[in-house]
Design a protein around this ligand. Structure first.
Ligand SMILES: Nc1ncnc2c1ncn2[C@@H]1O[C@H](COP(=O)(O)OP(=O)(O)O)[C@@H](O)[C@H]1O
Ligand SMILES: NC(=O)OP(=O)(O)O
Length: 316
């Protein structure tokens, strides 16, 4: 039995990026629950983390839109929207995983912990927004949003334009002791959703939410270290990491050593904002203590991946 932190990518929550309805996410979560419960059924101790880029963007935009037509409605601050996204996504995952466990006769409890993650107020990420949130827009729509709302909009890996916000590095997970207690008691915990709500220590131990979105792969790596997990599994839309991705020379990798991964980063094989943070999180976890490994694979292949049959394993 291994202790596994699973980081769920966008496709685990929204199968069709154009359909951002709650119903679509609820149905997608049911599909996502199956490979996760496969691992639980095998006896692994599973801790779940997830992204929130599309959802937090949607929540912010909804409040802004509502405030524009009804001035009595306050604009909701970004950290509060992040916390809402944890609750919204956690609720769907809790329902779906609980139901899948119930069907299989697995008697375990599952809960989401609204999680705050400490970041440095001087993190250079605050000066250079990189994290895509919300929906995809055409170049024309993006220009209009930049002019009208002052958003920073960037092209996202050939998929269209998206709003980008600051993405500081995670330093510590505030609720980690509670997560550890629940995990040690045998419960399934959903934590660091959306990378955690980013908070800064104002200097006196008082925590204050800041408008940013922490990368969920890096936050998952942080909680995996704190919980002393054996595996960090990053589940995304591709079965394996590739070099020369999307070119005729594309080569999928079964395994990468940390040294090889660093070389591939230098050579520019991993797109910033998509595969790069995953590989960085993978390197950090695999290098943090002997025996720790990171697996990057698709949601559907999680079980086969942990059995060593597919995916890309990052090892020291
Ligand atoms: N070198 C690479 N190998 C494999 N996939 C890559 C690579 N570079 C970029 N990608 C893209 O990155 C995507 C994963 O990033 P993203 O969709 O942002 O992640 P998430 O699943 O966390 O939402 C893959 O589906 C693939 O399209
Ligand atoms: N917080 C975060 O990394 O979200 P996405 O994975 O949706 O980009």
């Amino acid at each position: 039995m291994s202790k596994i932190v699973i980081a769920l990518g966008g496709n685990a929550l929204q199968a069709d990026p154009k359909d951002i309805s709650a119903e679509s996410q609820r149905v997608t979560a049911q599909r996502t629950a199956k490979p996760i419960v496969d691992l639980i059924e095998e006896g692994h101790q599973v801790i779940i983390a997830h992204g929130n880029g599309p959802q937090v963007g949607q929540i912010v935009a909804t409040y802004e839109g509502a405030a524009a037509v009804n001035p009595k409605l306050p604009v909701m601050p970004f950290p509060e929207c992040g916390a809402m996204s944890q609750g919204y996504i956690g609720y769907h995952l809790q329902q779906a995983i609980r139901e899948e466990m119930r069907k299989r006769g697995i008697e375990k409890h599952i809960a989401s912990v609204v999680t705050q993650v400490v970041v440095d107020k001087n993190d250079p990420g605050f000066k250079n927004p990189t994290k895509p949130v919300g929906s995809f827009y055409t170049e024309e729509e993006a220009k209009k949003l930049m002019e009208e709302k002052g958003y920073v909009m960037k092209e996202d890996a050939g998929r269209g334009y998206r709003r980008v916000v600051a993405s500081p590095e995670p330093i510590d997970v505030v609720e980690a002791p509670i997560v550890k207690t629940l995990v040690d008691a045998g419960h399934i915990v959903i934590t660091v959703g959306g990378g955690g709500v980013p908070v800064i220590d104002e200097g006196n131990g008082v925590l204050k939410g800041v408008p940013a979105v922490i990368d969920k792969d890096l936050a998952s790596e942080k909680i995996a270290e704190i919980l002393d997990a054996d595996y960090l599994i990053i589940l995304t839309a591709v079965e394996k990491v590739a070099i020369n991705f999307n070119t005729p020379q594309q080569k999928e990798l079964d395994q990468m050593t940390i040294e090889e991964a660093l070389k591939y980063i230098d050579e520019g094989h991993f797109a910033p904002g998509s595969m790069l943070p995953k590989v960085k999180a993978a390197i950090k976890f695999a290098g943090s203590k002997p025996g720790r490994k990171t697996l990057i694979t698709s949601l559907e292949k999680a079980k086969e991946g942990i059995e060593g049959k597919t995916g890309t394993m990052i090892v020291p």
